[in-house]
Ligand binder design. Structure first.
Ligand code: GLU
Length: 483
């Protein structure tokens, strides 16, 4: 019987969730789901110096908001726990002992100072450890370990031959074994290195597909040698391409926000971010469509569609995607988002949230644009005579003054301040005076907004502001134009 596909997201809690981390999590999740398999979460916290407070919480929050729910993990348990590496230390040392016993690893007693000197020594050609402790007699080494001498455990790499493995994305890769460093497996504090722990855990947790960033590609031969030393089956490797900015350089702060939570703070919807990230190295075969929900991705995703060319994270594209997602939100949900942002800005003042949400829906790129877009509604901006000038509508400050004076008594009689009444009244005003609609609406819009360009026209602006505020602004504009 074929084994059930099992993938894992194995973040190190060393900081925020970057776009790259989230892409790994998403692809791991999608490979598992598209094959009816399991997705597991493992916290890799063995690098105690780089541990960042709050990072684990950010991982949970992000996975949850994005809908990447795991089937096994520290919070929900599972058959292969514990799922936090610092709770598995005994396992790593047992397996390291096995490797020492079988000759695939050895204790190294070199001091930190010696290793540092060696690194600085320009004569040393081999970049990395010079294997000085490799040939210490095992019995003597065991004795020194038993006597409590500080040491690390290193992997004994074969000195000749080559190692070949196949990656789903990068193809067949072969390296000369002599180029592989005798890497540390267990540090002097007894903690495993990532390089050791990932192999032990992926095996014990029955991971079938190891999906991770291409920065781990060069270490993969060393992992293969470890799997072989234990006689374990090598999993399928899926290394993901580098993520770059539009200038082709590795994506970094210089390009813009690079963490999930920052992007959300910038006003992008999680669904849009996920959709964008799905395309960082993958594309659906034979489709030009770009908008896919997570549900849809779960059905069509395949590791075969992953490309090794660097993936470009283009903020313009994200903007476009976010617009698509905003336009497709159920109106009630969009209205609630607008309300949450607008309420504190309007303070205690009443405003028409429905009209505001309608007006903004087709115009907003990201949520954080809203406060500035509606500042003319939440604050009274100063008038300037030039604002009323509009050549095409044959409007200037003087003609606007006349028009507003004509409109004012009419608007003051409106009892039911709604779209039908206001539109009918303004239409009637144009007819009576023989003026062009653009001229009348233009004058009123600027009087209400004190701004040349506004999302929404005169009627919508009047509706959002409500009767009292709209009439007060009209009066203020008339007053200003008089002076
Ligand atoms: N803890 C590693 C990281 O956060 C995981 C790499 C892997 O997926 O194997 O980069």
């Amino acid at each position: 019987m074929a084994k059930i596909t099992k993938t894992r997201f194995a973040p190190s809690p060393t900081g925020i969730m970057h776009i790259g981390n989230l892409r790994s999590a998403l692809y791991e999740y999608l490979i598992a789901r598209s094959e009816g398999g399991k997705f597991l979460l493992r916290i890799e916290d063995t690098d105690r110096e780089r541990y960042v407070e709050g990072a684990v919480e950010a991982i949970y929050r992000t996975l949850d908001v994005c809908g990447l729910h795991h089937d096994e993990g520290p919070d929900i348990g599972g058959p292969n726990g514990p799922y936090v590496q610092s709770e598995r230390l005994h396992l790593y040392s047992e397996y390291a002992d096995q490797l020492v016993a079988s000759g695939h690893a050895y204790p190294c007693f070199c001091s930190v100072e010696r290793l540092a000197d060696m690194r600085e020594d320009e004569e040393t050609e081999f970049i990395g450890y010079d294997r000085r402790c490799r040939d210490i007699d095992p019995a003597i080494a065991a004795h020194r370990v038993a006597a409590g001498e500080p040491h690390v455990i290193r992997q004994r790499m074969p000195l000749d031959g080559e190692t070949t493995f196949s990656d789903e994305v990068y193809g067949v890769i072969t390296v000369m074994n002599q180029e592989l460093e005798d890497q540390i497996l267990i540090k002097s504090d007894g903690y495993p290195t990532y390089n050791f722990a990932n192999v032990i855990d992926d095996h014990l947790m029955e991971i079938t597909h190891v999906v991770r960033g291409s920065e781990y590609l060069s270490s993969t031969p060393k992992y293969c040698i470890l799997y072989d030393a234990f006689g374990w089956e090598i999993p399928t490797f899926v290394h993901l391409p580098l993520i770059v900015g539009e200038d082709g350089k590795k994506l970094s702060k210089r390009h813009g926000s690079t963490s999930f939570e920052e992007l959300v703070k910038d006003g992008y919807l999680p669904e849009a971010i996920i959709n964008m990230i799905a395309f960082l190295g993958w594309a659906p075969g034979g489709e030009t469509r770009e908008i896919f929900s997570l549900d849809e991705l779960e059905k069509i995703f395949s590791a075969k569609g992953i490309n090794k060319a660097p993936a470009v994270f283009a903020y313009d594209k994200l903007n476009w995607m976010n617009e698509q997602y905003i336009r497709r939100l159920p109106f009630e949900k969009w209205r609630a988002m607008v309300k949450e942002i607008a309420d504190p800005l309007f303070d205690e003042k009443k405003y028409d949230v429905d009209t505001l949400a309608h007006v903004l829906r087709e115009r907003v790129t990201k949520l954080s644009d809203i406060p500035e877009m509606i500042r003319f509604l939440t604050e009274r901006l100063p008038y300037e005579r030039e604002l009323f000038f509009n050549k095409r509508a044959k409007l200037d400050a003087d003609s606007a003054s006349v028009i507003l004076n004509e409109l004012r008594p009419k608007l003051e009689t409106v009892a039911v301040w709604d779209e039908t009444t206001l539109s009918a009244l303004l239409g009637q005003a144009c007819e009576e005076t023989g003026r062009k609609k653009g001229q009348v609406m233009g004058a009123l819009r600027v009087a209400l907004a004190a701004q040349r360009v506004t999302p929404g026209g005169a009627t919508e602006t009047a509706m959002i502001l409500g009767r009292e505020e709209a009439l007060a602004r009209l009066a203020a504009a008339i007053d200003y134009l008089k002076g």
